[in-house]
Design a protein around this ligand. Structure first.
Ligand code: BYC
Ligand code: FE
Ligand code: FE
Length: 472
């Protein structure tokens, strides 16, 4: 990796100290970021020491050390993956041409918009999760929440670095708006739908990190293919952090399922809510909500935007090298399309279907964790199985927006929807129950809320009962 500058105000491996202008501009943005963090970051834990993977060490390569740090002192930095020598554009009309180290004038607006959209999601997620510390199920989980939060903060830095470095004055202006929009604000909301939905309980948090962070993974994989090499290198580094976020979601849901299954094994008719546990149909409703709202993040099934991103080399498919045809001009993609009140199979020019191609890769990947959760049920002899709802269910973007489908994907009229949506999506009473259950934080080392099983192991070889956050 390029030399890491750790003693600088902004740790980085982009030789920031050699570009004083850029360094000054980013150092001027830094206090705005910190103000935002203090105002909109995790509520109530600014002064606590948290056992984080952090960049506080100055040894070579030591930025990935684990140590106690107060979150506002976290060393948010700018890290790019190593350059690939002689890298070539991997898809689209300019296939095989050298990648771009600067932004081509004709793609400036488009690239800026994509980078701003990506950047906007990062602080949005921190805002959505800011109250969760107040209801944590354990110190282990509290620490994981904060690890995710500081890394999403770093992802914001990653996009702000690109805006400042490659987009001049408009880039600097966009960087300001990234710490001005607010998740869920009626006047100045975050850009994409899912990032304005409240995350007020830990089941939502785990579903979000499983499903919505996974959209992050796929969008970052698609941007990692970009002909704009600095974007590719930035997103490749971000992807190394994303795995942990999805791990938190997958194991979080799994531990909830384990705890519920343990009680159901003893007594299949147990009144779970009377015992302060999460019942399986409720978990399925949360799954339905977060999966469908995350599918929306891929944009329209048929998108001329997506076609032009692909044509120009700006955004590819996940793992472009796994495909044979990187030009995608004479190819089609089969889609189910709503037509005259029915569904019809249609072949759409592949370039226009790139959002859908990415969504299908995502859906396949999402199914793996669901299968793991089901193995817990299977092993305990419980008949219930979790399923991913149809990609037509509860959609607000794309071909199926505004139409009604059951989780199985069958059309349903308004009356049918109204009668049954309480079986399919979390109800007010579900939310009220879950929040009631999680009213009080569990903060003694090793203690676990009743509704979740302990993790199999702790962080970085530490025991589960380690004091991951110093709360005294
Ligand atoms: N909500 O042509 P279309 C992450 C808009 S998550 C609201 O299909 P396109 C993370 C769309 O902007 C990854 N609006 O759109 C996870 C367009 O607007 P205009 C985030 C939406 O451009 C957890 C219009 O509808 N990264 O990192 O093909 C924690 C027409 O749509 C939505 C990215 O998203 C929506 N859901 O695709 C922390 C990557 N969907 O132009 C972080 C960058 C669509 O008519 N973004 N619209 O005003 C993109 O690649 C694209 O913007 C999208 C949309 C894939 C999102
Ligand atoms: Fe992120
Ligand atoms: Fe993430």
């Amino acid at each position: 990796m390029t030399a890491v500058e750790l003693n600088e105000k902004i740790p980085n491996n982009v030789a920031l100290s050699e570009d004083r202008r850029l360094q000054r501009a980013l150092e001027a943005w830094q206090p705005k970021f910190l103000d935002w963090w203090r105002e909109m970051g995790p509520m109530g834990f600014l002064e606590n020491e948290v056992y984080l993977r952090t960049a506080i060490s100055t040894e070579p390569g030591g930025w990935a050390n684990f140590d106690y740090v107060k979150m506002p002192d976290y060393r948010w930095g700018i890290f790019l993956a190593d350059a690939v020598p002689d890298r070539r554009i991997g898809f689209g009309d300019e296939l095989g041409q050298p990648v771009w180290q600067e932004v081509p004038g004709e793609h400036r607006g488009t690239l800026r918009r994509l980078i701003v959209t990506q950047g906007d999601t990062e602080p949005a997620s921190v805002e959505q999760q800011r109250k969760l510390g107040q209801s944590c199920p354990s110190l282990y989980d509290l620490r994981n929440l904060f690890q995710v939060n500081v890394e999403e903060g770093r992802h914001l830095w990653a996009m702000v670095y690109l805006l400042h470095t490659y987009f001049g004055r408009d880039g600097r202006e966009e960087a300001e708006t990234l710490v001005e929009r607010r998740s869920g604000d009626v006047d100045n909301p975050r850009i994409l739908g899912a990032f304005n939905a409240p995350i007020e309980d830990w089941l939502s948090f785990f579903m979000f990190t499983y499903f919505t962070d996974r959209d992050g993974k796929y969008q970052l994989l698609a941007l990692a293919e970009s002909a704009f090499d600095p974007l590719s290198r930035t997103t490749r580094f971000m992807l190394t952090e994303e795995a942990h976020h999805m791990f938190v979601g997958e194991t979080g849901v799994q531990r909830i399922v384990e705890r519920t299954a343990e009680v159901l094994r003893e007594d299949p008719d147990a009144d779970l809510r009377a015992q302060g546990l999460l019942d399986l149909p409720l978990i399925q409703r949360y799954l339905n909500f977060w999966y469908s709202i995350s599918l929306d993040l891929f944009g329209g099934e048929i998108s001329s935007n997506a076609a032009s991103y692909f044509a120009s080399g700006i955004k590819g498919r996940a793992h472009e090298d796994r495909y044979d045809d990187h030009v995608a001009l004479d190819a089609y993609h089969r889609l189910m399309i709503p037509e005259d009140g029915a569904l019809a199979e249609r072949d759409v020019p592949l370039r226009n279907a790139m959002n859908q191609v990415l969504r299908e890769s995502y859906a396949e990947d999402s199914a793996r964790g669901v299968a793991k959760w089901n193995r817990v049920l299977e092993a305990t002899g419980i008949d219930f199985r979790f399923t991913l709802p149809s990609s037509r269910f509860n959609r607000q973007q794309g071909l199926f927006a505004g139409l009604r489908f059951t989780p199985e994907g069958d059309a349903v009229d308004d009356a049918g929807w109204a009668a049954r949506c309480g079986e399919w999506l979390p109800t007010e009473s579900d939310y009220a129950y879950v929040q009631h259950l999680m009213q009080r934080p569990v903060m003694a080392p090793g203690a676990m809320a009743n509704w979740i099983a302990p993790p199999k192991s702790g962080i970085k070889g530490r025991p589960v009962d380690y004091e991951y956050v110093r709360v005294e």
